[in-house]
Design a protein around this ligand. Sequence first.
Ligand code: URA
Ligand code: SF4
Length: 208
Amino acid sequence: MDQTRASDDLTVIAEEVKVCPLCELSRTRTHAVPGEGNPDARVMLIGEGPGWHEDQQGKPFVGASGKFLSELLAKAGLTREDVFITNVVKCRPPSNRDPLPDEIQACSQYLERQIAAIDPDVIVTLGRFSMSKYFPGERISRIHGQAKRIGKRLVVPMYHPAAALHQSSLRGAIEEDFAALPKVLADQERHRQAASERDDPPAQQSLF
Ligand code: URA
Ligand code: SF4
């Protein structure tokens, strides 16, 4: 999708999210957190839901786990400006409880529309709620870091930064998984080139 169009679509979605009444979380939020980043991102990250700091500021991953996420992105040679970051639910669950299935369901239309607007090559799921969208019934300890082709994209499940920050065994794992992202992106690039050459073979004039 062209970049202006993606940016316009994301703005429309964000405006809807900010006043969304579709689930109970609308009653207790301070600010909805639509997500932010590059409309033309090749990598999109999907977390769980806003915490206290995010609810205060209306921005994703701005607390301690957000700082850690920025460090993790740096391990992949990426900045926040390169990627788009959002969550499965856009409003904070009270006391940071888990989002409920009907809340995730009510909010999924926004996430789907964001994915369609950005059309990323790679989706990174952070934690089990966004993982379940693509890998239902799977265990993060078994599949973290393993890219799976789903349609035209690669989806890579990773631990949640908030969990990994405080558990040293997970911390090493999430750092390695982020460090491997450039390879995932390169694989995706090769896949895309091979697909486009199949559809549109190199010009015949190279024979002459
Ligand atoms: N944790 C999340 O899952 N999302 C945020 O935006 C912040 C913390
Ligand atoms: Fe709407 Fe999603 Fe917020 Fe629920 S969590 S009120 S569905 S934006």
